[in-house]
Design a protein around this ligand. Structure first.
Ligand SMILES: [Zn+2]
Length: 413
C-alpha cells in the first residue's frame, strides 16, 4: 500500500503547482498541462502552465507530473458516530428492519468504540479525497476526532423526540470557523412539529443549515398520511408515540412546508419518494437535496430519481450516509452508482455534485472550489490507466478507473 503525502500549507508558502491534468471542474473543467499558484493559503491564479508561469515570480515549483489535481470532495451527509457498525448490519430489502437493527446494535457500542471507529473513518475520508463533511451525531463523541482532523464542515447535533414540547435549545458553542455546530432534526416522523419548528428557528437565527432526513422510505409516506404502519408500531414500542399527533393525510414535503421549515437553507437528505407537487414545492422554496444512493440500496429504502430532481433544477449534493448502511465512505462510488442507474447522466455533473456543489450548499464554497481567491484545499489523484483528454470522456474514464489519492493540500486558516 502506498502512502498519501499530506501538505499543510502555511501563509509563507508560495507554490506553483504544475500537473498534466488540472481538473478544476468549472469552465473549462479540464486544463491540460495546467498550473496553479498558491500564496498565503489561497489560489492566486490557475490556468495553462505556459501562460501562468510567465506571471509567477519567486514561487517554488511542485511538479505533480501526470496526476489529476482537483478540488476536495464534499461528503454532505454521514454519521461518523455509527462507523463501528460497519459489516454488523446486513443489507436488507426492508427499511424498518434496518432501522431496528441500528437501534439495537448502536446501544451495544461503548463511547470508546464510537470514538476510535470515527477516528479510523476520518482517515478513510481523507484517503477518499473528502475535505468537507456534514456529520450528524446524537452524542458529541465525534467532536474531538473531527476537530483534530483537517476536515471542514458541519457537525449536526441531531434531535430525535416525537413527543417533544416546544423548548428553547441551548446554544452550541463553536470554537473554530472550520467546524460549524448546529442542531438538526432526524425526520418528520421522529421529531414533533413543535420541535421541528424550534430547531428550524435556531438554525435560522444563526444562519445555519437546517438538515432533516426526508421522504426516505415508503413507510414514512404511509405514516404521515395515515398515522399507521411499521413506523407507528416502532414509535409505540419505543414509548415515543405522541397522542397529540394527527395523521396529516399528506406527504412529508407538504407537511414540512405547512410547518414553515422549508427554505433555501434547508437540506433534505434522501428525497426519494416524491410526488410531482412535492418537487414543485421543494423547487419553489429553494430546498437543497443530498442524495445517498448506495445507502438507499443498502437499507431497501428505494432509489433517488435523479433525472426528475434535475428536471426541477434542484441543487444537489452527495453523501455516503453512515457505515451502518454503506461499506465505503467514497463519493466516487456514489457517483458511479448513480451513473450505473442513469447512464445518460453527465459524469462531469456528478463530479461537480460531489465536490463544488456540495461545498457551496454547506456554505464552504471558498474551501472546496478551484477559483481565484479560494483556499487551496486540493487533492491529486493517480489513475490506473491514462484517461481521454476530452473533458466529458475524461470525467467518465476518471470515474470508472481505479483511483488513488496521492497528495493532499490543506489550507486551513
Ligand atoms: Zn442519515
Amino acid at each position: 500500500m502506498s502512502l498519501m503525502e499530506e501538505i499543510y500549507l502555511e501563509p509563507h508558502h508560495h507554490f506553483l503547482i504544475r500537473t498534466k491534468y488540472l481538473f478544476a471542474l468549472n469552465e473549462p473543467p479540464l486544463i491540460l498541462d495546467g498550473a496553479l499558484e498558491i500564496k498565503n493559503l489561497r489560489i492566486l491564479r490557475y490556468g495553462a502552465y505556459r501562460e501562468i508561469q510567465k506571471e509567477v515570480v519567486g514561487a517554488k515549483l511542485i511538479d505533480l507530473e501526470d496526476h489529476i489535481l482537483m478540488p476536495v470532495l464534499t461528503n454532505a451527509h454521514l454519521h461518523l458516530e455509527l462507523s463501528a457498525l460497519r459489516f454488523r448490519i446486513p443489507p436488507t430489502g426492508k427499511f424498518i428492519l434496518w432501522v431496528r437493527q441500528v437501534i439495537k446494535k448502536r446501544m451495544e457500542l461503548s463511547p470508546l468504540e464510537i470514538k476510535e471507529s470515527a477516528t479510523i473513518a476520518i482517515k478513510e475520508l481523507l484517503k477518499e479525497g473528502v475535505g468537507i463533511i456534514g456529520d450528524v451525531g446524537n452524542s458529541a463523541l465525534t467532536l474531538e476526532p473531527l476537530s483534530k482532523s483537517p476536515l471542514l464542515g458541519y457537525l449536526f447535533q441531531e434531535i430525535i423526540n416525537f413527543k417533544g414540547k416546544k423548548i428553547s435549545l441551548s446554544p452550541l458553542k463553536e470554537f473554530s470557523n472550520r467546524l460549524r455546530l448546529t442542531y438538526s432534526a432526524h425526520a418528520p416522523y421522529t421529531v414533533s412539529p413543535l420541535l421541528l419548528q424550534a430547531i428550524k428557528a435556531y438554525c435560522r437565527k444563526r444562519k445555519k443549515l437546517f438538515v432533516i432526513h426526508l421522504a426516505e422510505s415508503k413507510e414514512e409516506i404511509q405514516f404521515l398520511r395515515e398515522g399507521t404502519g411499521p413506523i407507528a408500531e416502532l414509535l409505540k414500542e419505543r414509548n415515543q408515540w405522541n397522542e397529540a399527533f394527527i395523521p396529516r393525510g399528506t406527504t412529508p414535503v407538504k407537511y414540512l412546508d405547512s410547518l414553515g421549515v422549508l427554505d433555501e437553507n434547508t437540506l433534505a437528505i434522501h428525497a426519494i419518494h416524491l410526488e410531482e407537487e412535492d418537487l414543485k414545492i421543494l423547487s419553489q422554496r429553494g430546498v437543497k437535496i443530498c442524495l445517498c444512493p448506495r445507502s438507499n440500496l443498502y437499507t431497501g429504502a428505494g432509489f433517488p430519481n435523479l433525472p426528475q430532481l434535475l428536471k426541477y433544477k434542484l441543487s444537489l449534493c452527495l453523501g455516503t450516509d453512515s457505515l451502518a448502511s454503506n461499506d465505503r465512505l467514497s463519493l466516487f462510488e456514489e457517483m458511479k452508482t448513480l451513473l450505473h442507474f442513469y447512464p445518460d447522466t453527465d459524469p462531469l455533473l456528478l463530479l461537480r455534485i460531489g465536490s463544488i456543489y456540495g461545498a457551496k450548499i454547506l456554505g464552504f464554497e471558498d474551501y472546496g472550489t478551484i477559483k481565484e481567491g479560494a483556499f487551496a484545499n486540493l487533492v491529486a489523484i493517480s489513475l490506473s490507466y491514462p484517461p481521454s483528454e476530452n473533458p466529458k470522456e475524461f470525467a467518465r474514464d476518471f470515474l470508472f478507473s481505479e483511483k488513488e489519492v496521492k497528495y493532499r493540500f490543506y489550507a486551513l486558516n
